[in-house]
Structure formats: structure tokens, C-alpha cells
Design a protein around this ligand. Structure first.
Ligand code: DOR
Length: 443
């Protein structure tokens, strides 16, 4: 069952490349979609999936995750994380360099690629991390979607918070730079001011909207000065969305997380430090402005920033509690539930969670249901609702900020490279993804 060479997905509602919905059959052969048509006849060797009443989407490409391997495997590892991806309809991911050792050399990148080839049920790519020190592999490391800069919210070598070091990175080479934009000087100063407060809600005041805006303004300024391809990770504030609405060069893209769209500072009362992340949750007004920016194309796509920490770690008193929350298992149902509530369309969810990501990172042949595209697909059920339950989660950290939320659009079948990797609650753990290739951002 997990290794068919040909799959026929029959009578699914599909999103056509023009965004329209249609009932169609989709035939895959080996790793590729070969035919999309109203009625396709089977051959004996084809495995048929009856998708009547279900919706077929291009597999989710999650462009910002922290999967903790190597070095922090007590929180998550590439196997557990990729199982969670398969269950969540995420068929490809781009992972961040704050593992141990840091992914700042070709050697560390090769090690991650090697581990992923052995353990990952879905497709994978890894960012190379910038440091203030000029490291030789930053411009040549391959394959990678680009350079990750932590302008704030990081300690140790990965923090690049001095203007001269930042400018040197923007001035050299042409590969994509993805920024975590928070102003570290402002965070340091406000941390001192609020040092006596242990209510986690103060996190959103310390790392406030202004801290995010200052860093985004600086990244934008440098990107314009050097015409450098820039991606703004997890944009969180109304002010940044307004800035980009006024002034967004064609070579700049931005993303938002489901939690910055759907959660706000009221979450601290309900889930305490489990709501703590960087950049922090904001106000309901920010939620609304981010939604509008996403709908208007000011923000290009969705990432989860899946950042698992154990419940024990999260239970420590603020500010000892680490920032971050998991997301790959819930992102698609969260966004599809929003679509069913008329906040957006199903076609835009497919665009924001797959098509636009493939385009921005130059990932060829992914992000559409059309002949010639890779058979990375997810079949979802938009007819039933199920709550997010801790006991159902596959992420090693074992919790979700969305526990109890009643969602629709849960994956029924997930297909990676023409192979069924998840089917109605069952994982096929022998399936392996492939290393992603990037056509635009690698020099
Ligand atoms: O909240 C966060 N946690 N934001 C980040 O950017 C990093 C992440 C982590 O790795 O825990």
C-alpha cells in the first residue's frame, strides 16, 4: 500500500491552477502528476483512492519550522517532526539553523541533509544561518533556500544585531535573505524596565510592535539599498503590514503564521507561557490588519514557525520559559476552518500554503495540481469538524496552543512523491521525502 507506482484519485474537488474548484480525477505515475481530467480510466496496477466528497490540495510547503535535530532532540527530531507534517498535510518544509551545532557551514548543512534522507517522511530544505562573523560558506552552501538572519530574539552566534554586520551580509552576494525582524537593542532595554514582572503577558510589551517595526524598517532599507532579495519571516504587527502596503519592492516577500492571525494577547490568560513566542502575539487589531494584508497580497504566504519545547520547559516561570509553539499538525485545518468561516477562500489557502511558497523560493514543479508537477498532495475533509486533542498529536512536544479548537479540513490522505504517507490515521513510516532544490536563491 505505501509504495504504489501509480495512484488514481477519483472524484475529488480540486483547485485548478486558475484557482477555480472542479470535480476531477488525478492520475500520478511514479513521483509525478500525469493527468487531471473529469474521468480517467484505470489500469490493473493503479491504486484507486475514492475521494468523493473530499477536497484535494497541493501539499503544504511550510517555509519556516524549527525541528531541533541535531542537538535538541528531546524537544523534537526529524522523524517525529516529519510524522507530524505527514498528518498535517505538510509535504515539504524549510527548516531553520538554530540547531546544535548551528547550521552555519556546509558541513552542518550536509549533516542535516544526510539525517533527513534517513528519517524524513516528507521533503526537506535547510536554511544556512548568518553570524556576525563573516563565514565563508554563507554564499556557497548548497542546497539551501537562503540565508537566515536573526536580527533579534536570539542569543549566541546567530544573533546579528549590529548594523555593520547586517550591512555586510546584505551587500555581499545575491541569494535570498530571510529575516527574523525584532530590534534587539530595544528588547534589551525593555527587558530591564519590566524585569520584575513574571506574568507572561508582559512578553508582548517587552518585545513590542515597535521592536518589530524598527527591525523590519532596517531590513527593508538594506534590501532596497542593495536590491537584495528579502523575505520577512513571521510578520506580526499592523505597523509592519502598513509599512509594506506603502512600500514593497518587487523583490521582497513576507509571511505570517496562523497564530499571529488567530491568537492574540488574550491567549496568555488561557494558556499562559504556551502562548509565548517570538515575535510575540499582538492585539486583535493586529490580527485583523494582518488578515487584510494577506488577502490583499501584501503578505505573500503562511508559515507555522513550528518551534516545539517540552511542557516542562514551557511550565517554567516567565521569563525562564522558552518562546515558541508547535504548528505543523494544525496549520492547514486552522486555515481551512477560516475559509469555511468566509474569512478567505479555499483557493487562497492553497496559494498561501503551497503555490506562493514554491514560487517565492524557486522550488520547481511544486505547488499545483497539474500534469508535470510533483505528486505532493493532500486530501482533506471539509464536511466534518474535530477538536484539536493533545492525545492525537504526533509532535514530540505533545501539545498545541489550539487544543480544544473545533476544526474542519483535517487531512484524510497525504501523498509525498506519489507515495501515500498518511491514510485515515495511519502513517507509512517507511516513506521518505527528497531534498528540495531551489532555483532562485542559491548562487
Ligand atoms: O518563538 C520562537 N521560537 N521564535 C523563533 O524565532 C525561534 C523559536 C525557537 O527556535 O524556539
Amino acid at each position: 500500500m505505501p509504495f504504489p507506482i501509480s495512484l488514481l484519485i477519483r472524484h475529488a474537488q480540486i483547485i485548478l491552477p486558475n484557482g477555480e474548484l472542479a470535480i476531477a480525477d488525478v492520475l500520478t505515475s511514479d513521483r509525478t502528476i500525469v493527468e487531471v481530467a473529469p474521468e480517467i480510466s484505470t489500469t490493473a496496477s493503479t491504486t484507486v483512492i475514492d475521494a468523493h466528497g473530499l477536497t484535494l490540495l497541493p501539499g503544504v510547503i511550510d517555509p519556516q519550522v524549527h525541528f531541533r535535530e541535531p542537538g535538541l532532540e528531546h524537544k523534537e527530531d526529524l522523524f517525529t517532526a516529519s510524522c507530524a507534517c505527514a498528518k498535517g498535510g505538510v509535504t515539504s518544509f524549510l527548516e531553520m539553523p538554530n540547531t546544535r551545532p548551528l547550521t552555519v557551514t556546509q558541513q552542518a548543512l550536509d549533516d542535516k541533509l544526510q539525517r533527513a534522507s534517513q528519517k524524513c517522511l516528507v521533503n526537506y530544505g535547510f536554511f544556512i544561518g548568518a553570524t556576525a562573523e563573516d563565514l565563508p560558506d554563507l554564499l556557497t552552501a548548497n542546497p539551501t533556500p537562503g540565508i537566515k538572519i536573526f536580527m533579534g530574539s536570539m542569543h549566541g552566534e546567530l544573533l546579528v544585531d549590529q548594523d555593520t554586520a547586517l550591512e555586510a551580509i546584505f551587500a555581499t552576494g545575491d541569494r535570498l535573505i530571510a529575516v527574523h525582524a525584532e530590534d534587539q537593542a530595544r528588547i534589551y532595554q525593555r527587558r530591564k524596565e519590566f524585569a520584575d514582572i513574571h506574568d507572561p503577558a508582559v512578553h508582548s510589551q517587552i518585545q513590542d510592535n515597535q521592536a518589530a517595526l524598527l527591525a523590519t524598517q532596517l531590513a527593508l532599507k538594506l534590501s532596497k539599498k542593495y536590491q537584495r532579495r528579502l523575505h520577512i519571516l513571521h510578520m506580526s504587527t499592523a505597523e509592519e503590514a502598513d509599512l509594506l502596503r506603502q512600500d514593497k519592492p518587487s523583490w521582497v516577500t513576507a509571511e505570517v503564521t496562523p497564530q499571529h492571525l488567530l491568537l492574540n494577547t488574550s491567549a496568555y490568560e488561557k494558556i499562559g507561557t504556551r502562548a509565548q513566542m517570538n515575535p510575540p502575539l499582538r492585539l486583535p487589531h493586529d490580527n485583523e490588519v494582518l488578515w487584510q494584508a494577506l488577502r490583499d497580497g501584501v503578505i505573500d504566504f503562511i508559515a507555522t514557525d513550528h518551534a516545539p519545547h517540552t511542557l516542562e520547559e514551557k511550565a517554567q516561570e516567565y521569563p525562564k520559559s522558552p518562546s515558541g509553539m508547535p504548528g505543523v499538525e494544525t496549520s492547514l485545518p486552522l486555515m481551512l476552518t477560516a475559509a469555511m468561516q468566509q474569512r478567505c477562500t479555499i483557493a487562497s489557502v492553497a496559494n498561501w500554503m503551497s503555490t506562493a511558497v514554491a514560487k517565492a523560493y524557486g522550488i520547481l514543479n511544486k505547488g499545483a495540481i497539474a500534469p508535470g508537477y510533483d505528486a505532493d498532495l493532500v486530501l482533506v475533509d471539509l464536511n466534518t469538524y474535530h477538536p484539536v486533542r493533545r492525545e492525537d498529536l504526533l509532535t514530540k512536544c505533545g501539545w498545541s496552543p489550539f487544543e480544544g479548537w473545533n476544526l474542519t479540513g483535517w487531512p484524510v490522505v497525504t501523498i509525498v512523491g506519489g507515495q501515500i504517507v498518511y491514510n485515515k490515521g495511519q502513517l507509512y513510516t517507511e516513506v521518505r521525502g527528497q531534498a528540495l532544490k531551489f532555483t532562485q536563491s542559491s548562487s
